[in-house]
Design a protein around this ligand. Sequence first.
Ligand SMILES: Cc1cc2nc3c(=O)[nH]c(=O)nc-3n(C[C@H](O)[C@H](O)[C@H](O)COP(=O)(O)OP(=O)(O)OC[C@H]3O[C@@H](n4cnc5c(N)ncnc54)[C@H](O)[C@@H]3O)c2cc1C
Length: 464
Amino acid sequence: MAAASPKTALVVGGGFAGLAAAQVLTEQGLEVLLVEQGRGLGGRMCTRTATVPGTGERLTFDHGCQYLTARSPQWDAALERLRAAGAVAAWETGGRVGTAALTADDALDLASFSADKGKELLVGCPTNSAVGRALATAAGPRLTTLTGTRVSGLAWDGSAWRARAGRPPVLSLRVTPGRAGSAGGAGDEAAGSTAGSPASSVDEKEREREEVLAGLESRTFDLVITAMSSVSTAKLLGGGNGNGGGNGGGNGGGNGSVPLAADVAAAASAVRANVCWAVLVALKRKLDLPFDGALLSRPDPSGGPLPQYGAIAWLGRDSTKPGRPRVAGGAGEAWVLHGGPGWSNDRAAAAPEAVARELLGELAKLAQTELLPERDVLHIEAHRWNNAYPLNPRPPVPPPPGSRAAELGPGVLGLGPGGPGLGGFYMLRADMALAACGDWAKGPRAGDAYVSGWEAAHALLASV
Ligand SMILES: Cc1cc2nc3c(=O)[nH]c(=O)nc-3n(C[C@H](O)[C@H](O)[C@H](O)COP(=O)(O)OP(=O)(O)OC[C@H]3O[C@@H](n4cnc5c(N)ncnc54)[C@H](O)[C@@H]3O)c2cc1C
């Protein structure tokens, strides 16, 4: 039986879904602990930094989510708050971001480029990793975040939750091909970045983190919201995390045998995700391409409705985003290349060096130039997204008529008289004060993840 008036909540996952859920909960007066296994907040919206050996030049690459666009009232309100806080700004592309067609042999049909003029593209400032930090700040002082920590088990004893957590052995998958990797430094920009902080405040932060982690297993929570990819959700709630459940008795998840919420785990595991290889490359010179970002596809030759992708599905001139560092004193540029879904899935087990080499060759082919690593490349590395996008997101299941969640109709949830109600983009286990959310429960965009988290928190609060 869940607490009649919940006071504490645990949110697992610090991407858009988890941060949206955390803000709804803190606004309703709950004390929230958000645990994120990565070094920073923001999930798949994040940034890698690298240092060029010899010169010490700092490079940044937004290697995941590229930009944010308006999609729904909840999300649009969040974007406006982020803009007001200076955490996002428009990527002023002058009509230089859009779509272009590939020919049958994967060459670029330059004449086909069509700019996406209708929508504003918002990017993080000074980089995309700022967005997660800003969303956490917006949730206020009732939110505590614990990064670099993986929840390995949860246990529900019939009235409260306990969690087991620890430091993941590897904080993030980082793969850097030989030359750049041996000499340059690179890493994810972390939330609450300590760059520039005096050593004493870094130590202080680390001490606080250790204290929260040490106290975690003796704490109980009235509510839990999981906000992870479909694969991680299925693992944690389906009993496949391998590290044992929490301290409490009752229904323990993550012990490899007892599913904690079998229905949620089954629904999450039905959502497939694809691999996406990202190659981050800084060039010493500029490429003669008539756009700063393009989604590349070709029509299905058999006349089917879905476009087909080649080796590179997206390429973006990252250094043209606002506030990004100049490359090679302005003579060069930073590019982010995303491998096409089929291409990336076929190379899921490939060596990063090979992937980086191959996509550099594909970039040269698209730009009809020669790119020689020694002559033209300042830095190159490859990053594999294992669960990049949900391919078949779970269809919504609106709250049953007559339920308290169904009563949260337009105008009730604080976004004005015409504001949204709950569309059912989450999974709820009211009997165990649990909700699950993430982009897999709505769609493949950041705004979908945000709405899923926002709805999950409102639905859970309405159900206990
Ligand atoms: C290459 C790429 C490009 C994209 N481009 C765009 C774009 O341009 N525009 C757009 O709108 N969308 C884009 N997307 C999609 C968008 O990034 C995602 O839909 C969105 O970020 C998903 O948010 P989420 O909160 O559901 O999941 P995530 O961002 O994945 O957050 C889940 C978090 O849970 C953490 N976690 C997992 N397991 C545990 C555990 N056991 N304990 C603690 N923490 C855990 C993970 O580390 C992760 O940070 C892109 C995605 C990718 C991969």
